[in-house]
Design a binder for this molecule. Structure first.
Ligand code: SAM
Ligand code: SF4
Length: 439
Protein backbone atom coordinates (compact mmCIF):
# COMPACT_ATOMS: atom_id res chain seq x y z
CA UNK A 1 0.00 0.00 0.00
CA UNK A 2 1.28 3.42 -0.90
CA UNK A 3 0.57 6.68 0.92
CA UNK A 4 -0.46 9.94 -0.75
CA UNK A 5 -0.26 13.53 0.48
CA UNK A 6 -2.07 16.43 -1.20
CA UNK A 7 -1.41 20.15 -0.94
CA UNK A 8 -4.23 22.28 -2.33
CA UNK A 9 -3.62 25.93 -3.29
CA UNK A 10 -6.26 28.57 -3.97
CA UNK A 11 -10.04 28.64 -3.92
CA UNK A 12 -12.89 26.37 -2.78
CA UNK A 13 -13.13 24.91 -6.29
CA UNK A 14 -9.63 23.56 -5.80
CA UNK A 15 -10.50 22.40 -2.29
CA UNK A 16 -13.34 20.38 -3.76
CA UNK A 17 -10.95 19.02 -6.47
CA UNK A 18 -8.65 17.97 -3.61
CA UNK A 19 -11.49 15.96 -2.05
CA UNK A 20 -12.07 14.25 -5.41
CA UNK A 21 -8.35 13.47 -5.82
CA UNK A 22 -8.38 11.90 -2.33
CA UNK A 23 -11.49 9.88 -3.26
CA UNK A 24 -10.01 8.67 -6.55
CA UNK A 25 -6.73 7.65 -4.92
CA UNK A 26 -8.34 5.88 -1.96
CA UNK A 27 -10.62 3.96 -4.33
CA UNK A 28 -7.49 2.98 -6.27
CA UNK A 29 -5.94 1.55 -3.08
CA UNK A 30 -3.74 4.38 -1.82
CA UNK A 31 -3.99 5.64 1.77
CA UNK A 32 -3.61 9.15 3.22
CA UNK A 33 -0.06 9.62 4.58
CA UNK A 34 0.21 11.48 7.89
CA UNK A 35 2.84 13.92 6.53
CA UNK A 36 4.50 14.92 3.27
CA UNK A 37 7.82 13.36 4.35
CA UNK A 38 6.13 9.98 4.84
CA UNK A 39 4.25 9.90 1.52
CA UNK A 40 5.08 7.84 -1.58
CA UNK A 41 3.10 10.20 -3.79
CA UNK A 42 2.93 13.97 -3.30
CA UNK A 43 0.32 15.92 -5.26
CA UNK A 44 0.36 19.69 -5.57
CA UNK A 45 -3.03 20.93 -6.82
CA UNK A 46 -2.24 24.45 -7.93
CA UNK A 47 -3.68 27.94 -8.44
CA UNK A 48 -2.54 30.67 -10.86
CA UNK A 49 -4.89 33.55 -10.09
CA UNK A 50 -1.97 35.63 -8.81
CA UNK A 51 1.80 35.29 -9.28
CA UNK A 52 2.25 34.72 -5.55
CA UNK A 53 0.31 31.43 -5.77
CA UNK A 54 2.65 30.17 -8.49
CA UNK A 55 5.76 31.20 -6.55
CA UNK A 56 4.53 29.18 -3.57
CA UNK A 57 4.32 26.05 -5.75
CA UNK A 58 7.90 26.49 -7.00
CA UNK A 59 9.01 27.03 -3.39
CA UNK A 60 7.39 23.72 -2.38
CA UNK A 61 8.96 21.99 -5.40
CA UNK A 62 12.40 23.08 -4.16
CA UNK A 63 11.67 21.40 -0.83
CA UNK A 64 10.44 18.28 -2.68
CA UNK A 65 13.66 18.10 -4.77
CA UNK A 66 15.60 17.67 -1.52
CA UNK A 67 13.14 15.03 -0.29
CA UNK A 68 13.37 13.14 -3.57
CA UNK A 69 17.18 13.06 -3.44
CA UNK A 70 16.83 11.09 -0.18
CA UNK A 71 13.83 9.08 -1.41
CA UNK A 72 14.26 8.45 -5.16
CA UNK A 73 11.02 6.43 -5.49
CA UNK A 74 8.92 9.41 -4.44
CA UNK A 75 6.40 10.37 -7.12
CA UNK A 76 5.64 14.08 -7.47
CA UNK A 77 2.50 15.17 -9.35
CA UNK A 78 1.59 18.78 -10.11
CA UNK A 79 -1.68 19.83 -11.68
CA UNK A 80 -4.67 22.13 -11.79
CA UNK A 81 -4.91 25.74 -12.93
CA UNK A 82 -1.19 26.56 -13.03
CA UNK A 83 -0.25 23.68 -15.35
CA UNK A 84 -3.33 24.30 -17.53
CA UNK A 85 -1.85 27.58 -18.83
CA UNK A 86 -0.28 27.41 -22.30
CA UNK A 87 3.44 26.65 -22.03
CA UNK A 88 3.26 25.99 -18.27
CA UNK A 89 4.02 22.25 -18.53
CA UNK A 90 7.14 22.94 -20.61
CA UNK A 91 8.28 25.62 -18.16
CA UNK A 92 7.81 23.21 -15.26
CA UNK A 93 9.76 20.49 -17.08
CA UNK A 94 12.65 22.89 -17.35
CA UNK A 95 12.52 24.47 -13.89
CA UNK A 96 11.53 21.32 -11.95
CA UNK A 97 12.69 18.20 -13.82
CA UNK A 98 12.02 16.09 -10.69
CA UNK A 99 8.23 16.38 -11.27
CA UNK A 100 6.95 12.98 -12.47
CA UNK A 101 3.42 13.83 -13.50
CA UNK A 102 1.77 16.98 -14.86
CA UNK A 103 -2.03 17.06 -15.28
CA UNK A 104 -4.49 19.88 -16.14
CA UNK A 105 -7.86 20.98 -14.80
CA UNK A 106 -9.92 19.00 -17.34
CA UNK A 107 -8.39 15.54 -16.87
CA UNK A 108 -8.40 15.26 -13.08
CA UNK A 109 -10.52 12.09 -13.26
CA UNK A 110 -7.66 10.33 -15.12
CA UNK A 111 -5.27 10.77 -12.21
CA UNK A 112 -5.19 7.11 -10.97
CA UNK A 113 -4.41 5.79 -14.48
CA UNK A 114 -1.77 8.46 -15.02
CA UNK A 115 -0.11 7.60 -11.70
CA UNK A 116 -0.11 3.89 -12.65
CA UNK A 117 1.58 4.84 -15.91
CA UNK A 118 4.30 6.75 -14.06
CA UNK A 119 4.81 3.84 -11.64
CA UNK A 120 5.02 1.25 -14.42
CA UNK A 121 7.05 3.16 -16.96
CA UNK A 122 9.22 5.09 -14.50
CA UNK A 123 9.36 8.12 -16.77
CA UNK A 124 7.76 11.55 -16.50
CA UNK A 125 4.26 11.92 -17.92
CA UNK A 126 2.42 15.14 -18.85
CA UNK A 127 -1.21 15.09 -19.95
CA UNK A 128 -3.04 18.41 -20.12
CA UNK A 129 -6.29 18.40 -22.12
CA UNK A 130 -6.56 21.65 -24.00
CA UNK A 131 -10.34 21.88 -23.82
CA UNK A 132 -12.95 20.95 -21.24
CA UNK A 133 -14.93 17.75 -21.89
CA UNK A 134 -18.51 17.14 -20.71
CA UNK A 135 -19.15 17.35 -16.95
CA UNK A 136 -17.96 14.08 -15.35
CA UNK A 137 -20.48 12.85 -12.73
CA UNK A 138 -20.17 10.25 -10.01
CA UNK A 139 -16.52 10.78 -9.03
CA UNK A 140 -15.74 9.51 -5.52
CA UNK A 141 -14.63 12.01 -2.89
CA UNK A 142 -13.38 12.18 0.69
CA UNK A 143 -14.98 15.04 2.59
CA UNK A 144 -12.80 17.03 4.95
CA UNK A 145 -15.69 18.12 7.19
CA UNK A 146 -18.21 15.93 8.98
CA UNK A 147 -21.23 18.22 8.68
CA UNK A 148 -20.25 20.58 5.86
CA UNK A 149 -19.87 19.85 2.16
CA UNK A 150 -18.80 21.69 -0.98
CA UNK A 151 -21.10 21.03 -3.94
CA UNK A 152 -20.11 22.29 -7.38
CA UNK A 153 -23.09 23.56 -9.39
CA UNK A 154 -21.18 24.94 -12.37
CA UNK A 155 -17.69 24.69 -13.81
CA UNK A 156 -15.71 27.34 -15.69
CA UNK A 157 -16.56 30.96 -16.45
CA UNK A 158 -17.68 33.00 -19.46
CA UNK A 159 -17.12 36.46 -18.03
CA UNK A 160 -13.57 37.27 -19.09
CA UNK A 161 -12.93 40.00 -16.55
CA UNK A 162 -9.84 41.52 -18.15
CA UNK A 163 -7.51 40.74 -15.20
CA UNK A 164 -8.57 37.14 -14.70
CA UNK A 165 -7.00 33.89 -15.88
CA UNK A 166 -9.87 31.64 -14.68
CA UNK A 167 -11.82 31.42 -18.00
CA UNK A 168 -8.59 30.35 -19.75
CA UNK A 169 -7.69 27.58 -17.31
CA UNK A 170 -11.16 26.39 -16.22
CA UNK A 171 -12.88 26.59 -19.62
CA UNK A 172 -16.36 27.79 -20.56
CA UNK A 173 -19.21 27.73 -18.07
CA UNK A 174 -20.99 24.37 -17.77
CA UNK A 175 -23.91 23.94 -15.35
CA UNK A 176 -24.40 20.57 -13.71
CA UNK A 177 -27.80 18.95 -14.19
CA UNK A 178 -30.10 19.94 -11.28
CA UNK A 179 -31.11 16.31 -10.68
CA UNK A 180 -27.43 15.35 -10.19
CA UNK A 181 -26.96 18.22 -7.72
CA UNK A 182 -30.10 17.33 -5.73
CA UNK A 183 -29.17 13.62 -5.67
CA UNK A 184 -25.71 14.48 -4.38
CA UNK A 185 -27.05 16.76 -1.63
CA UNK A 186 -29.65 14.19 -0.51
CA UNK A 187 -26.88 11.59 -0.20
CA UNK A 188 -24.75 14.07 1.78
CA UNK A 189 -27.63 14.81 4.17
CA UNK A 190 -28.19 11.07 4.66
CA UNK A 191 -24.50 10.93 5.61
CA UNK A 192 -24.89 13.62 8.31
CA UNK A 193 -24.22 16.81 6.38
CA UNK A 194 -26.08 19.88 7.72
CA UNK A 195 -24.58 22.60 5.53
CA UNK A 196 -23.80 22.75 1.82
CA UNK A 197 -21.82 25.38 -0.05
CA UNK A 198 -22.96 25.62 -3.67
CA UNK A 199 -19.92 26.48 -5.78
CA UNK A 200 -19.51 28.22 -9.11
CA UNK A 201 -17.32 31.06 -10.42
CA UNK A 202 -20.61 32.91 -10.96
CA UNK A 203 -23.50 31.08 -9.28
CA UNK A 204 -25.95 33.71 -10.55
CA UNK A 205 -25.55 32.53 -14.13
CA UNK A 206 -26.34 28.91 -13.18
CA UNK A 207 -28.67 27.27 -15.70
CA UNK A 208 -28.08 29.65 -18.62
CA UNK A 209 -26.89 26.64 -20.64
CA UNK A 210 -29.82 24.44 -19.48
CA UNK A 211 -33.55 24.40 -20.30
CA UNK A 212 -35.64 27.56 -20.01
CA UNK A 213 -36.89 28.24 -16.50
CA UNK A 214 -33.93 26.71 -14.67
CA UNK A 215 -31.89 29.36 -12.92
CA UNK A 216 -30.10 29.80 -9.60
CA UNK A 217 -33.25 30.85 -7.71
CA UNK A 218 -35.07 27.77 -9.06
CA UNK A 219 -32.23 25.56 -7.87
CA UNK A 220 -32.14 27.19 -4.42
CA UNK A 221 -35.87 26.53 -3.96
CA UNK A 222 -35.32 22.82 -4.63
CA UNK A 223 -32.26 22.56 -2.40
CA UNK A 224 -34.13 24.40 0.35
CA UNK A 225 -36.84 21.69 0.22
CA UNK A 226 -34.39 18.87 1.08
CA UNK A 227 -35.38 17.51 4.48
CA UNK A 228 -32.68 17.36 7.13
CA UNK A 229 -30.50 20.02 5.47
CA UNK A 230 -30.05 23.04 7.76
CA UNK A 231 -27.93 25.58 5.92
CA UNK A 232 -27.28 26.60 2.32
CA UNK A 233 -24.36 28.81 1.29
CA UNK A 234 -23.32 29.83 -2.21
CA UNK A 235 -20.24 31.34 -3.79
CA UNK A 236 -19.36 33.41 -5.82
CA UNK A 237 -22.09 35.93 -6.66
CA UNK A 238 -21.58 38.30 -9.57
CA UNK A 239 -23.12 41.76 -8.99
CA UNK A 240 -24.13 42.02 -12.66
CA UNK A 241 -26.24 38.83 -12.59
CA UNK A 242 -27.63 39.04 -9.03
CA UNK A 243 -31.23 40.02 -9.82
CA UNK A 244 -33.60 41.71 -7.37
CA UNK A 245 -35.94 38.73 -7.98
CA UNK A 246 -33.19 36.44 -6.64
CA UNK A 247 -32.87 38.63 -3.52
CA UNK A 248 -36.59 38.18 -2.94
CA UNK A 249 -36.34 34.39 -3.45
CA UNK A 250 -33.42 34.13 -1.01
CA UNK A 251 -35.24 36.23 1.58
CA UNK A 252 -38.04 33.67 1.86
CA UNK A 253 -35.89 30.49 1.87
CA UNK A 254 -35.21 29.67 5.52
CA UNK A 255 -32.11 27.52 4.95
CA UNK A 256 -30.23 30.03 2.79
CA UNK A 257 -27.72 31.74 5.08
CA UNK A 258 -27.61 35.49 5.59
CA UNK A 259 -24.23 35.96 3.94
CA UNK A 260 -23.43 37.17 0.44
CA UNK A 261 -19.90 37.21 -0.96
CA UNK A 262 -20.25 39.91 -3.59
CA UNK A 263 -16.91 40.86 -5.18
CA UNK A 264 -16.94 44.50 -6.26
CA UNK A 265 -13.24 44.70 -7.28
CA UNK A 266 -13.15 48.53 -7.57
CA UNK A 267 -15.14 51.64 -6.71
CA UNK A 268 -14.44 53.69 -9.84
CA UNK A 269 -16.75 53.29 -12.84
CA UNK A 270 -13.82 53.92 -15.19
CA UNK A 271 -11.84 51.02 -13.66
CA UNK A 272 -14.92 48.75 -13.49
CA UNK A 273 -15.37 49.26 -17.21
CA UNK A 274 -11.70 48.55 -17.94
CA UNK A 275 -12.11 45.38 -15.89
CA UNK A 276 -15.16 44.37 -18.01
CA UNK A 277 -17.24 43.79 -14.89
CA UNK A 278 -20.54 44.80 -16.49
CA UNK A 279 -21.96 46.94 -13.63
CA UNK A 280 -21.48 50.40 -12.21
CA UNK A 281 -20.73 51.60 -8.70
CA UNK A 282 -24.31 52.93 -8.53
CA UNK A 283 -25.79 49.53 -9.47
CA UNK A 284 -23.63 47.80 -6.87
CA UNK A 285 -24.70 50.22 -4.12
CA UNK A 286 -28.35 49.71 -5.03
CA UNK A 287 -27.95 45.94 -4.90
CA UNK A 288 -26.40 46.21 -1.43
CA UNK A 289 -29.30 48.37 -0.30
CA UNK A 290 -31.87 45.88 -1.66
CA UNK A 291 -30.06 42.96 0.01
CA UNK A 292 -30.02 44.76 3.37
CA UNK A 293 -33.68 45.72 3.05
CA UNK A 294 -34.89 42.19 2.27
CA UNK A 295 -32.48 40.10 4.35
CA UNK A 296 -32.24 41.51 7.89
CA UNK A 297 -28.78 41.10 9.44
CA UNK A 298 -27.20 39.98 6.15
CA UNK A 299 -23.41 40.08 6.14
CA UNK A 300 -21.76 41.22 2.95
CA UNK A 301 -18.16 40.45 2.06
CA UNK A 302 -16.18 41.33 -1.05
CA UNK A 303 -12.99 41.07 -3.12
CA UNK A 304 -11.04 44.21 -4.03
CA UNK A 305 -8.13 44.74 -6.40
CA UNK A 306 -5.77 47.72 -6.09
CA UNK A 307 -3.38 48.91 -8.79
CA UNK A 308 -5.29 47.79 -11.87
CA UNK A 309 -3.45 49.26 -14.92
CA UNK A 310 -4.17 52.97 -15.18
CA UNK A 311 -5.74 53.22 -11.69
CA UNK A 312 -5.16 56.80 -10.56
CA UNK A 313 -5.15 58.10 -6.99
CA UNK A 314 -8.63 59.45 -7.72
CA UNK A 315 -9.87 56.02 -8.86
CA UNK A 316 -8.40 54.50 -5.72
CA UNK A 317 -10.17 57.14 -3.61
CA UNK A 318 -13.41 55.90 -5.22
CA UNK A 319 -12.64 52.40 -3.94
CA UNK A 320 -11.96 53.76 -0.44
CA UNK A 321 -15.20 55.75 -0.44
CA UNK A 322 -17.20 52.74 -1.65
CA UNK A 323 -15.75 50.65 1.16
CA UNK A 324 -16.72 53.35 3.67
CA UNK A 325 -20.19 53.62 2.17
CA UNK A 326 -20.99 49.90 2.03
CA UNK A 327 -19.42 48.93 5.39
CA UNK A 328 -18.45 45.39 4.35
CA UNK A 329 -18.23 42.75 7.06
CA UNK A 330 -14.95 41.60 5.55
CA UNK A 331 -12.95 41.95 2.34
CA UNK A 332 -10.24 40.02 0.54
CA UNK A 333 -7.84 42.64 -0.80
CA UNK A 334 -5.36 41.97 -3.60
CA UNK A 335 -2.69 43.83 -5.54
CA UNK A 336 -3.27 43.49 -9.28
CA UNK A 337 -1.04 40.71 -10.60
CA UNK A 338 -0.56 40.62 -14.38
CA UNK A 339 -1.49 37.18 -15.76
CA UNK A 340 -0.02 36.23 -19.14
CA UNK A 341 -2.70 35.96 -21.83
CA UNK A 342 -5.23 38.28 -20.14
CA UNK A 343 -6.13 41.68 -21.59
CA UNK A 344 -5.04 43.64 -18.49
CA UNK A 345 -1.53 42.16 -18.49
CA UNK A 346 -0.73 43.96 -21.74
CA UNK A 347 -2.44 47.28 -20.93
CA UNK A 348 -0.10 50.28 -20.76
CA UNK A 349 0.22 52.25 -17.52
CA UNK A 350 0.98 49.33 -15.22
CA UNK A 351 1.00 50.68 -11.65
CA UNK A 352 4.40 50.47 -9.88
CA UNK A 353 4.67 47.85 -7.12
CA UNK A 354 5.41 50.48 -4.46
CA UNK A 355 2.17 52.33 -5.29
CA UNK A 356 0.17 49.07 -5.23
CA UNK A 357 1.65 48.16 -1.83
CA UNK A 358 0.87 51.57 -0.39
CA UNK A 359 -2.74 51.47 -1.67
CA UNK A 360 -3.24 47.94 -0.37
CA UNK A 361 -2.04 49.03 3.05
CA UNK A 362 -4.37 52.04 3.14
CA UNK A 363 -7.31 49.94 1.99
CA UNK A 364 -6.68 47.24 4.58
CA UNK A 365 -6.45 49.84 7.30
CA UNK A 366 -9.91 51.18 6.43
CA UNK A 367 -11.49 47.73 6.04
CA UNK A 368 -9.95 46.35 9.24
CA UNK A 369 -11.44 49.21 11.23
CA UNK A 370 -14.87 48.51 9.69
CA UNK A 371 -14.62 44.72 10.22
CA UNK A 372 -13.80 45.27 13.88
CA UNK A 373 -16.67 47.69 14.42
CA UNK A 374 -19.08 45.26 12.72
CA UNK A 375 -17.89 42.46 15.00
CA UNK A 376 -18.07 44.65 18.11
CA UNK A 377 -21.73 45.31 17.40
CA UNK A 378 -22.38 41.57 17.86
CA UNK A 379 -21.10 41.35 21.45
CA UNK A 380 -23.91 40.20 23.73
CA UNK A 381 -25.89 38.48 20.95
CA UNK A 382 -26.64 34.76 20.87
CA UNK A 383 -25.75 33.25 17.51
CA UNK A 384 -26.19 29.81 15.94
CA UNK A 385 -22.80 28.23 15.24
CA UNK A 386 -22.00 25.08 13.26
CA UNK A 387 -18.99 23.59 15.04
CA UNK A 388 -16.01 22.75 12.80
CA UNK A 389 -13.94 21.17 15.61
CA UNK A 390 -10.87 22.28 17.57
CA UNK A 391 -9.65 25.67 16.37
CA UNK A 392 -6.60 25.47 14.09
CA UNK A 393 -4.93 28.43 15.76
CA UNK A 394 -6.12 27.73 19.30
CA UNK A 395 -6.69 23.93 19.60
CA UNK A 396 -7.78 24.14 23.27
CA UNK A 397 -10.94 25.84 22.00
CA UNK A 398 -13.53 24.95 19.38
CA UNK A 399 -14.25 26.98 16.27
CA UNK A 400 -17.25 27.29 14.02
CA UNK A 401 -19.20 29.64 11.78
CA UNK A 402 -22.40 31.63 12.27
CA UNK A 403 -25.02 31.73 9.50
CA UNK A 404 -23.47 35.09 8.57
CA UNK A 405 -20.11 33.27 8.14
CA UNK A 406 -18.42 34.86 11.16
CA UNK A 407 -15.66 32.77 12.72
CA UNK A 408 -16.36 32.09 16.42
CA UNK A 409 -13.93 30.59 18.95
CA UNK A 410 -15.28 29.18 22.22
CA UNK A 411 -14.51 26.57 24.88
CA UNK A 412 -16.36 23.24 24.69
CA UNK A 413 -15.97 19.47 24.34
CA UNK A 414 -14.75 18.02 21.02
CA UNK A 415 -18.00 15.98 20.78
CA UNK A 416 -19.76 19.17 19.70
CA UNK A 417 -17.96 18.91 16.32
CA UNK A 418 -20.52 18.83 13.50
CA UNK A 419 -23.34 20.10 15.76
CA UNK A 420 -25.33 23.33 15.72
CA UNK A 421 -25.00 25.20 19.03
CA UNK A 422 -26.06 28.60 20.40
CA UNK A 423 -23.10 30.73 21.38
CA UNK A 424 -23.22 34.01 23.27
CA UNK A 425 -20.67 36.44 21.84
CA UNK A 426 -18.48 37.86 24.62
CA UNK A 427 -15.60 39.47 22.73
CA UNK A 428 -14.89 40.82 19.25
CA UNK A 429 -11.67 41.05 17.27
CA UNK A 430 -11.06 42.14 13.66
CA UNK A 431 -11.27 38.66 12.14
CA UNK A 432 -13.05 36.61 14.80
CA UNK A 433 -15.52 36.54 17.65
CA UNK A 434 -15.13 34.83 21.01
CA UNK A 435 -18.00 33.40 22.98
CA UNK A 436 -19.48 30.75 25.25
CA UNK A 437 -21.99 27.99 24.54
CA UNK A 438 -25.46 28.67 25.95
CA UNK A 439 -27.21 25.57 24.56
N1 SAM B 1 -15.39 34.12 -9.75
C1 SAM B 1 -15.11 34.86 -8.62
C2 SAM B 1 -15.43 36.32 -8.89
O1 SAM B 1 -15.95 36.69 -9.87
O2 SAM B 1 -15.14 37.13 -8.05
C3 SAM B 1 -13.74 34.60 -8.01
C4 SAM B 1 -12.61 34.51 -8.96
S1 SAM B 1 -11.00 34.72 -8.40
C5 SAM B 1 -10.47 33.10 -8.10
C6 SAM B 1 -11.04 35.42 -6.79
C7 SAM B 1 -10.58 36.82 -6.71
O3 SAM B 1 -9.24 36.94 -7.10
C8 SAM B 1 -11.32 37.79 -7.63
O4 SAM B 1 -12.53 38.19 -7.12
C9 SAM B 1 -10.33 38.93 -7.74
O5 SAM B 1 -10.53 39.88 -6.71
C10 SAM B 1 -8.99 38.26 -7.52
N2 SAM B 1 -8.18 38.22 -8.74
C11 SAM B 1 -8.44 37.56 -9.89
N3 SAM B 1 -7.47 37.81 -10.80
C12 SAM B 1 -6.58 38.65 -10.22
C13 SAM B 1 -5.38 39.28 -10.64
N4 SAM B 1 -4.91 39.10 -11.86
N5 SAM B 1 -4.72 40.07 -9.76
C14 SAM B 1 -5.19 40.26 -8.51
N6 SAM B 1 -6.32 39.70 -8.05
C15 SAM B 1 -7.02 38.91 -8.90
FE1 SF4 C 1 -12.59 35.58 -13.10
FE2 SF4 C 1 -14.47 37.39 -13.56
FE3 SF4 C 1 -14.96 34.80 -14.04
FE4 SF4 C 1 -14.73 35.65 -11.52
S1 SF4 C 1 -16.31 36.26 -12.97
S2 SF4 C 1 -13.77 33.85 -12.42
S3 SF4 C 1 -13.18 37.24 -11.69
S4 SF4 C 1 -13.50 36.08 -15.11
Amino acid sequence: MKGYWIKVYGCQMNERDGEIIAGLLEDAGYFKAPAMEEADIVILHTCCVREKAENKVYGRLGQLARLKSKKPDLIIAVGGCMTQQPGAAEKMREKAPHVDLIYGTHNLHELPELLKKVEQERRPVAVVWEKEGPVVEGLPLRRTHKAKALVTISYGCNNFCTYCIVPYVRGRERSRRPEDIIKEIKALVADGVLEVMLLGQNVNSYGKDLEDGIDFGWLLERVNAIQGLKRIRYMTSHPRDFTFKLVETISRLDKVCEHVHLPVQAGSNRVLELMNRGYTREHYLELVEVLRRHIPGVSITTDLIVGFPGETEEDFQDTLSLVEQVQFDNAFTFMFSPRKGTVAASLPEQVPLEVKKERLYRLMEVQNRISRAKNEALVGQEMEVLVDGPSETDPKNLSGRTRTNKLVIFPGPEELTGKLVKVKITQAQTFLLKGEVVS
